[in-house]
Design a protein around this ligand. Structure first.
Ligand code: NAI
Length: 714
């Protein structure tokens, strides 16, 4: 039929098999292949029923995401599925769809057009399009409510979460679950269907569509939930509007409305940004010098040094992945404290039913507390997470060098210190690397992998493989103060604080950035992680700071007053001791005014727009420097770091992508104005100037870089 679709026969049953590895995506040719096979099966008089099934590990897992970009950039093509689905639905012979693995997006849409659906017990179905800023575009929003009812369809289309086979059965999305061989099960089902005949076509069903009165509260609740869970995103609301059309309009008109809404989403900035993030997540693991053939260390046993905030969380990350982990502390008291935190965290997860008690017990058993380096020789990797102090870390690494096996990976969780200096105390700097987890490590998805000057390709490759095993997204960065994430965060924080000194209120700054889409405003985030952390680092690095440069003044004053944030009940805000609710604090306003007066700053009223520009453009400026220096390989690496590590809104694509949506020329011109108004911090990096002048974006920079790397390889 085509390379990816085959037609075979088993007696009077035709079997159409989709074989488009790895996930049977609906790439160009697949829909056409199915259509041709269907036509042949229909024309074959000996065929009485048809089975549609996927080869390999899954049924159709969705559209081919690269195709969306082609449509929006004006190229022809893309999934024109509606015609195929109508052909399937109109087929005079019963069509049985057999689902295993994941029947997502276009996969579920194909399945719903078939006359019957059967599923393997561990199959999942879903309409996850909203996660890419889209809605189902081939009848998903019209057929799903007809099968599963309005409420389930709203939930699935607006939130995009997958549904298990048993739930799909309960809601009528599939007709039965087949234990054992799915193909055999499908053949048996199809033979029965020959005698049973066809049920009403999905598009003709209406029993579950409800009426206006019963549906109104469902749509209202769906919109409210989407507003909370997908703040600032338009696709979930469009998905609900499309399901609403299914309830109100005849099928054909509903389908037209869906197409309209789908195209609106497809051409939206949000969808382009989310597709950039989706493809970027795959791109970041491509590192020059590292290939599939690079040997990697298999991590069977791990060890962590330090059971504080980070160390205890990192031990949980390993245990959650089933890796036994030694956890070493300096004293019994600290060890008990760390283990207490771990137990409390697990108990909370069990309570919220994220994990079963059995899972929790197994994981706790994998964590072995220790006060010595005995048994460290067994570890394939050690992660050091002691205080952020160079001398202390050097002491730990020289111990590790003595006790660990020669090919063990020695990783530091430092958030800013020089990896090469840490490595210098060992006799094996090629085995030393930064594994920068984010707080809380058992929740945050990012692992910033810091490559030192001597780190070997094998250790980099092993770290990337390990990140996957731990359920993290690993991004490889170069060694400099603060690496990528924290280096960019410093000017972002600086501007937030300058804006307060210049006249914005603390809440105004936080609210403006929260409205922009950040998970949290920068000042509230400072209160959460503890203002004393930065204060200590500032004191440690004081000798490196250039003289005569404006520096934020308020945070140091807050720390001198022991206002370290949430943990002391006060920081930028004050906190209600009973529920930690934050409240503006007139004390802080007074401190701000004093600092501004002492520094001779004329306070003025500041717009939310300026707040967003100053803080986000500070990220972009530093990001451009980082790219220029090669500390990040690609702009998309920076975007992924900011989305998964710092709560940057994914639907804006990350700071570097966002710069392109504003227009690099506009960003560049504004940054030059900031330089004239606020000083040399804002000197635009040459890379930004060049791209702006050439009318390019950071995405163009990435594309050029990929071509350069390819050329070097050949
Ligand atoms: P912490 O103060 O909570 O924990 C440090 C722990 O190390 C303490 O429990 C201390 O008793 C222990 N320790 C000190 N010397 C030791 C030794 N010789 N052997 C065993 N244990 C020893 O500090 P936190 O916040 O967990 O930070 C640890 C590292 O992680 C630092 O390098 C920090 O910069 C980095 N980091 C921190 C993040 C955060 O949000 N707290 C985020 C990312 C990285």
């Amino acid at each position: 039929m085509s390379e990816s679709v085959s037609l075979t026969k088993d007696g009077e049953i035709a079997v159409i098999t989709i074989d488009n590895p790895p996930v049977n995506a609906l790439s160009p040719g697949v829909a056409e292949g199915i259509r041709a096979a269907l036509e042949a099966a229909q024309n074959d008089l000996s065929v009485k029923a048809i089975v549609l099934i996927g080869a390999g590990r899954t049924f159709i897992a969705g559209a081919d995401i690269k195709e969306f970009g082609k449509i929006t950039s004006g190229e022809k093509g893309g999934p024109e599925l509606n015609l195929l689905l109508q052909n399937i639905e109109d087929c005079a012979k019963p069509v049985v769809c057999a689902i295993h693995g994941t029947g997502f997006g276009g996969g579920l849409e194909v399945a719903m057009a078939c006359h019957y659906r059967i599923a393997a017990p561990d199959a999942q179905v879903g309409q996850p399009e909203v996660k890419l800023g889209l809605i189902p575009g081939a009848g998903g929003t019209q057929r799903l409510p007809r099968l599963a009812g309005i409420a389930k369809a709203v939930e699935m289309c607006a939130l995009g979460d997958p549904v298990s086979a048993s739930e799909a059965l309960k809601f009528g999305i599939v007709d039965t679950i087949v234990d054992g061989d799915l193909r055999q099960g499908a053949l048996a089902f199809a033979r029965e269907a020959v005698t049973k005949g066809q049920p009403p076509r999905t598009r003709e069903r209406s029993a579950k569509l409800g009426d206006e009165r019963s549906n109104a509260p469902i749509f209202a609740a769906g919109r409210e939930l989407a507003g909370k869970k997908a703040r600032g995103m338009i696709a979930p609301l469009r998905a609900i509007a499309a399901v609403e059309a299914a309830a109100k309009l005849p099928f054909k008109e509903g389908l037209d409305r869906e197409t309209e809404l789908f195209r609106e989403c497809l051409f939206s900035e949000q969808s382009k940004a989310l597709i950039h993030v989706f493809l970027g997540e795959r791109e970041v693991s491509k590192i020059p010098g590292v290939s599939k053939d690079t040997p990697t260390v298999e991590v069977r046993k791990a060890a962590v040094v330090g059971a504080g905030t980070m160390g205890s969380g990192i031990a949980m990350v390993y245990a959650n992945a089933g890796v036994p982990v030694l956890l070493k502390e300096a004293s019994q008291e600290m060890l008990d404290r760390g283990l207490g935190t771990i137990r409390r965290n697990y108990a909370a997860s069990a309570e919220r039913r994220r994990f079963t008690q059995e899972f929790v017990d197994q994981r706790l058993e994998l964590i072995r507390p220790s006060l010595t380096y005995d048994d460290f020789a067994e570890a394939d990797i050690v992660v050091e997470a002691v205080f952020e102090n160079m001398e202390l870390k050097k002491g730990v690494f020289s111990e590790l060098d003595k006790v660990c096996k020669p090919d063990a990976i020695l990783a530091s969780n430092t958030s800013s210190l020089n990896i090469d200096e840490i490595a210098s105390v060992t006799g094996r700097p090629h085995q030393v690397i930064g594994h920068h987890f984010f707080a809380p490590p058992n929740v945050m998805r990012l692992l910033e992998i810091v490559r030192g000057g001597a780190t070997s390709n094998e250790v980099v490759a092993s770290s990337l493989a390990l990140a996957r095993k731990l359920g993290k997204t690993g991004v490889v960065v170069g060694n400099c103060r603060g690496f990528v994430g924290n280096r960019m965060y410093a000017p972002y924080q600086r501007e937030a604080q300058f804006l307060v000194e210049e006249g914005a209120t603390v809440e105004q700054v936080d609210d403006a950035l929260y409205s922009f889409g950040m998970a949290m405003g920068p000042l509230a985030a400072g209160d959460l992680s503890g203002l004393d952390v930065g204060w200590r680092i500032r004191k440690e690095y004081q000798h490196l700071e250039p003289k005569g440069v404006r520096r934020p003044l308020v945070a140091d004053r807050l720390c001198q007053l022991q206002r370290f944030g949430q943990k002391t009940g006060a920081g930028w805000y004050k906190y209600d001791p009973s529920d930690r609710r934050r409240m503006p604090d007139p004390e802080v306003e007074k401190i701000v005014e004093e600092c501004a007066r002492a520094a001779g700053i004329d306070r003025r009223s500041i717009s939310d727009h300026e707040i967003v520009e100053r803080t986000i453009y500070a990220l972009i400026t530093e990001g451009a420097r980082i790219l220029e220096e090669g500390i990040a390989l690609r702009a998309v690496d920076i975007d992924i770091i900011y989305i998964y590590g710092y709560g940057f809104p994914a639907h804006r694509g990350g700071p570097m992508w966002y710069a392109g949506t504003v227009g690099l020329k506009e960003v560049y011109d504004r940054i030059r104005q900031f330089r004239d108004q606020h000083g040399d911090f804002w000197e635009p990096p040459p890379l930004l100037r060049q791209l702006a002048e050439r009318g390019k974006t950071f995405d163009d920079f990435d594309k050029e870089r990929v071509l350069q790397l390819r050329a070097q390889k050949h």
